[in-house]
Design a binder for this molecule. Structure first.
Ligand SMILES: Cc1cc2nc3c(=O)[nH]c(=O)nc-3n(C[C@H](O)[C@H](O)[C@H](O)COP(=O)(O)OP(=O)(O)OC[C@H]3O[C@@H](n4cnc5c(N)ncnc54)[C@H](O)[C@@H]3O)c2cc1C
Length: 398
C-alpha cells in the first residue's frame, strides 16, 4: 500500500489538453458556439418553446438538432451508434453508462419497449468491459400518475394494482439481469412526489441483489433536506439485514419545479434553503459513504469541482486504491470533461452517462441540459473558459 501511495500522481482540473484530447479543432469550435447559445437565457427561453412547437407541427428541424445539441450531449440514436464514442472514451480510461433517454411517453407498449431496450444495454454491458453500468429512470417504465398515487398512499383499484405489478416486474427483470450478468445498475431519482415509491422498490432490489456486492444503486438527491438522513438509514438497514448499499449521490435536477409546486400547494419545500446547505450535505454524504466503503458502492454523479476534489483527496488520504471497485465518479456526456478525463488519467474510476435514443424522444433530456446550463450558476461560463483556454493552447503550438 505504501508503494502505491508514493506513486500517486497529483493532477489538475485545469489541464485542458487532457480534457479535450479527443476533440478536433472543429468539434471544439462547435462546442464553443453551442455553450454560447445555451448560456444565453434569452436564446434558451426563446429557443426551447420554438423547437417544441416546430417538432410538433412536423417542421424538418431534426437534422439541425442532430448536428448541434444532440451530437454534443448524446451518443446517437441506438447502441450501435454509440460504439465509436464508447471506444473514444475508453481510450482515455473513461467508462460509458448507456442511458436510453426516451422520456414523456406514458403507455404500456412504450414501457415494455423501454424495458427491452434497457435489457439490451445490460447485455451489451456484460460483453463490453468499457460499459461500466446500466441505468434506468423509473418513470420510463411506469405511468407517472400511478407512481404519484402509490407515493401518496392512495388505494389502487384492481386494474391499477395489475399495472403496478407490471411496473415492479419490469424493474425486477432489469435488476435480476444485472445481477446474473455481473453488471451494476443505477436507478435515477426523480420528483419528490414519486420518489418514496421509487425508494421502496430500490431498497427491495438492493435486498434481493446486493448480498454479494453492490449491484443496484439508488440515487440520493442531497438538495433535499431529508436525504442525508435517508442515506444513513439505508446504510444501517443494509448493515443489519446483510446487504450492500449502492448509493449514487447527486445534488438534484428538479429544484425549480419542486419549489414551485410546494409553494402552489402550500406545503414545506423539501429543498434545502441555500446552495451552501446542499453542498454541505453532499460533501458529508461522500464522507459517510467512504467511512463505510466496505459495505457501500459509491457513485459521485457531479460536475462540482470541489466535491470531485474532496472525494479524490479523501480516497488518497484514507490510502484507498484509486481504482477501488466500490468508488466511481460520473459526469454527463458533453459536460465537465476537465473533471472526467483528468480524474481518469490520474487513475480514479470514471464513467460518462451517454444518453441515446431517437432525436425526438430525447428532447426532454436535451431541454433539461440546456436549461441546466443556463440556470446552474457558472457552469456555462466554466465550460466556455476551458474551451477558450484549450483553443488558445492549440494556437500557441508551432
Ligand atoms: C452522472 C450524473 C447523474 C445524475 N443523475 C441524476 C438523477 O438521477 N436525478 C437527479 O435529480 N439529478 C441527477 N443528476 C443531475 C444533478 O442532480 C445536478 O442537477 C447536476 O449535476 C448539477 O449539480 P452538481 O453537483 O453537478 O454541481 P453544482 O453546479 O455545484 O450544483 C448545482 C446544483 O445545486 C443545487 N442548488 C443550486 N442552487 C441551489 C439553492 N439556491 N438552494 C439549494 N440547492 C441549490 C441544485 O441541485 C443544482 O442542480 C445527475 C448528474 C450527473 C452528473
Amino acid at each position: 500500500m505504501s508503494q502505491q501511495t508514493e506513486q500517486r500522481v497529483s493532477f489538475s482540473f485545469e489541464n485542458t489538453e487532457n480534457a479535450f484530447k479527443s476533440k478536433s479543432n472543429r468539434e471544439l469550435d462547435k462546442a464553443f458556439w453551442l455553450f454560447k447559445i445555451i448560456g444565453s437565457p434569452f436564446l434558451t427561453k426563446l429557443g426551447l418553446p420554438l423547437t417544441s412547437a416546430a417538432l410538433k407541427i412536423g417542421l424538418p428541424i431534426t437534422p439541425i438538432i442532430r448536428n448541434t445539441i444532440f451530437n454534443h450531449f448524446c451518443g446517437g440514436e441506438s447502441i450501435k451508434d454509440c460504439l465509436p464514442l464508447i471506444d473514444r472514451l475508453a481510450a482515455q480510461h473513461v467508462g460509458t453508462i448507456l442511458d436510453y433517454s426516451v422520456e414523456g411517453e406514458d403507455d404500456e407498449v412504450t414501457f415494455e419497449r423501454t424495458c427491452d431496450e434497457i435489457l439490451r444495454t445490460v447485455r451489451h454491458a456484460a460483453e463490453n468491459r468499457n460499459v461500466s453500468f446500466s441505468v434506468f429512470k423509473p418513470s420510463g417504465l411506469g405511468r407517472f400518475a400511478l407512481l404519484e398515487k402509490v407515493n401518496a398512499g392512495k388505494p389502487l383499484d384492481g386494474a391499477e394494482k395489475r399495472e403496478y405489478d407490471r411496473f415492479n416486474d419490469r424493474i425486477d427483470r432489469i435488476c435480476k439481469a444485472c445481477y446474473d450478468a455481473g453488471v451494476r445498475v443505477l436507478i435515477d431519482a426523480e420528483h419528490s412526489w414519486i420518489q418514496d415509491a421509487i425508494d421502496d422498490i430500490a431498497r427491495n432490489m438492493m435486498r434481493l441483489y446486493n448480498h454479494r456486492a453492490p449491484v443496484v444503486y439508488n440515487t440520493y438527491q442531497l438538495y433535499r433536506t431529508d436525504k442525508l438522513a435517508s442515506l444513513k438509514a439505508d446504510y444501517y438497514l443494509a448493515e443489519t439485514d446483510g446487504f450492500f448499499l449502492g448509493a449514487k449521490l447527486v445534488r438534484g435536477a428538479y429544484m425549480e419545479i419542486e419549489r414551485e409546486r410546494a409553494e402552489k400547494q402550500g406545503y414545506l419545500s423539501p429543498i434545502q434553503p441555500t446552495k451552501e446547505a446542499t453542498d454541505e450535505d453532499y460533501n458529508e454524504a461522500i464522507r459517510f459513504c467512504l467511512d463505510h466503503i466496505d459495505r457501500t458502492g459509491l457513485m459521485a454523479g457531479t460536475h462540482n469541482e470541489f466535491s470531485c476534489r474532496l472525494l479524490a483527496d479523501e480516497i488518497d488520504r484514507r490510502l484507498l486504491p484509486r481504482d477501488h471497485p466500490h468508488i466511481h465518479f460520473a459526469q454527463l456526456l458533453g459536460m465537465s470533461d476537465n473533471l472526467s478525463f483528468n480524474l481518469a488519467e490520474a487513475g480514479y474510476q470514471v464513467a460518462k452517462y451517454v444518453p441515446y435514443g431517437p432525436v425526438k424522444s430525447v428532447m426532454p433530456y436535451l431541454f433539461r441540459r440546456a436549461q441546466e446550463n443556463t440556470s446552474v450558476a457558472g457552469q456555462t461560463g466554466r465550460e466556455l473558459a476551458l474551451i477558450t483556454k484549450e483553443k488558445k493552447r492549440r494556437r500557441s503550438i508551432p
